[in-house]
Design a protein around this ligand. Structure first.
Ligand code: KIV
Length: 297
């Protein structure tokens, strides 16, 4: 199948080729929505990649959905890199973005550059994402100067949940919306190749997407962004806690998996599993010899 015959793909993206930063930017120019999803290990990355999602984010949301923590704040660089390496083994096509965890880039610019570099060298990612607006400009510039592409993340930034007073919609007043636009422009001027915009009223997100040349990837930011991102576990119904209003759940895998696990437990309890087809045979003669030998023990 050629790229032209696949309506999911831009004229400039071939079905088999690796997605690059310029493919993502070309999609914005061609008004083709960019698809992005999180993945955290080999098997989820393989599935996301096979679904031809453009961008895989190894999000720090793994703190909550993979590690069961209350927020994204505690996750460490080592834990992020562990998941990045696994994702890189499963994904062939998607652009791979690693999420810089809390305090890996805020305290010191040189440390931020080194940690961003680790995502590429040790995590096999192709870009990093970091949360922050105007205040993050010097850090973003330093990372990009080191040759590392940066995706910004503004609006609801979960690493600052204490400062924001909870997981609240951002940019609801005219002043707050203007401040968000200024953050977006600052990130674009600093050299970000794209920005995630989280939990923002749809009309505000539309204006920001129209004003910027780089792609705006929305999550809870309405349909007029240049692309959409969701958390893998939310989309598939794999998370046991809250599901935000902006999530569309495409499957309830928790239920499917629960039924499969119960069926396994029932089969074992009732001696239905393993059956003959799951069992290795041994030649009759060898078995008899073994029985003789075993008598001595
Ligand atoms: O960590 C994450 O999964 C994210 C997305 C929600 C954008 O930052």
């Amino acid at each position: 199948m050629s790229a032209q015959s696949d309506p999911q793909h831009s004229k400039s993206i071939s079905v088999h080729s690796k997605i690059t930063l310029s493919d993502i930017q070309a999609k914005k120019r061609e008004s083709l929505p960019i698809t992005m999803l999180t993945a955290y290990d080999y098997s989820s990355a393989l599935l996301v990649d096979q679904a031809k999602i453009d961008v895989i984010l190894v999000g720090d949301s793994l703190a909550m959905v993979m590690m069961g923590l209350e927020s994204t704040v505690p996750v460490t660089m080592e834990e992020m890199l562990h998941h990045c390496r696994a994702v890189s083994k499963g994904a062939q096509r998607a652009l791979l973005v690693g999420d810089m965890p809390f305090m890996s880039f805020q305290a010191d610019t040189a440390e931020a550059v080194r940690n961003a570099g680790r995502f590429l060298k040790e995590g096999a990612m192709e870009a990093v994402k970091l949360e922050g607006g105007k205040e993050a400009v010097p850090t973003v510039k330093a990372i990009i100067n080191a040759g590392i592409p940066v995706m910004g993340h503004i609006g609801l930034t979960p690493q600052s949940v204490s400062k924001l007073g909870g997981y609240r919609v951002q940019g609801k007043s005219s002043a707050a919306a203007l401040s968000l636009l200024q953050d977006a422009i600052a990130m674009e001027s600093a050299g970000c190749f794209s920005i995630v915009l989280e939990a923002v009223p749809a009309p505000v997100a539309k204006i920001i997407s129209e004003r910027l040349e780089i792609p705006i990837i929305g999550i809870g930011a309405g349909p007029e962004c240049d692309g959409q991102v969701l958390v893998y576990h939310d989309l598939l119904g794999l998370f046991d806690r809250f599901t935000p209003k902006f999530v569309k759940q495409y499957a309830n895998l928790n239920e499917v998996i629960h039924l499969a696990l119960r069926a396994y437990a029932d089969d074992v309890s009732s001696h239905q599993f393993p059956a003959d087809e799951h069992t290795y045979p041994i030649e009759e003669g060898e078995l008899e010899k073994f029985l003789e030998l075993a008598k001595e023990y």
